[in-house]
Design a protein around this ligand. Structure first.
Ligand SMILES: [Zn+2]
Length: 245
């Protein structure tokens, strides 16, 4: 019973979620007991997850799906109109602080769009969350392999990246399908069926693949895997995020 991240004793009853609760991860997303120590679980939950879940690309999903944090806080995002906030009513978002002029403009049809920042402002936390999930998926299937030296570079970047260390991940989005999905509305049951985290081999490279509706985040599980040639993967459907610790 040793922690897959730090090697400390992990025989306590820590409940760790592979798929974050603040993204809708329920009992189905819980890591088997004895794989993660309370300290690492608390560290990821307080220092890594909140940053990654509070920025693009994960924040818009929480906002559109109205998924509160594990502590019940509503997701929110700053916009040019004010703070956009989930209301708990599916299909309805609120703007804080309430502004009668904005409300009148929306009612009159003069404001029909709200622009959300689509720039990953927390690349380091997002990469670390992807690596954490990747190691947990491996540990769920085979704890011995997850604890082996094979994942030491991924483990240390997730748990305690060295200053100057670097990593990368690729965001692939089918924007038309994603916006159509959001317009149609997604039930939480549907959401759970259309999110997944798995380890895939892509041209011999081991990748953590995180699927959210029509968006996929791919993160290498080893430091030596080089990013793809982006000339064949044009923006905006493909975006390479380079990460510097
Ligand atoms: Zn630990």
């Amino acid at each position: 019973m040793s922690c897959i991240f730090c090697g400390a004793d992990s025989s306590d009853e820590t409940v760790a979620h592979i798929f974050p609760q603040s993204l809708g991860g329920g009992d189905w997303a819980v890591l088997p007991a004895g794989l993660e120590c309370a300290k690492c679980n608390q560290y990821f939950g307080s220092k890594v997850e909140p940053l990654a879940l509070g920025s693009f690309p994960l924040l818009p999903f929480r906002l559109m799906m109205q998924i509160p944090t594990a502590k019940g806080k509503a997701p929110k995002q700053e916009t040019h109109l004010g703070t956009l906030r989930a209301t708990g009513m599916p299909g309805t978002l609120g703007i804080d602080p309430p502004d009668p002029r904005v409300e009148a403009a929306i009612t009159a049809g003069r404001i029909t769009q709200v622009r959300l920042l689509a720039e990953c402002t927390e690349p380091l936390a997002t990469a670390r969350l992807l690596l954490k999930m990747g190691i947990e998926v491996i540990a769920r299937d085979d704890p011995t392999i997850a604890r082996s030296g094979r994942y030491d570079d991924a483990r240390s970047f997730a748990r305690a990246p060295r200053n100057g260390g670097n990593w990368w991940f690729l965001i692939t989005t089918d924007h038309e399908r994603l916006f159509a999905t959001f317009r149609r509305g997604v039930s939480l049951a549907d959401w759970v069926n259309r999110v997944s985290v798995e380890i895939c081999e892509d041209a011999g490279a081991e990748m953590c693949v995180f699927r959210l509706l029509d968006m996929t985040l791919m993160c290498p599980m080893h430091a030596h895997i080089l990013p793809p040639d982006m000339t064949t993967l044009p923006e905006p459907n493909f975006r390479l995020v380079t990460v510097l610790a």
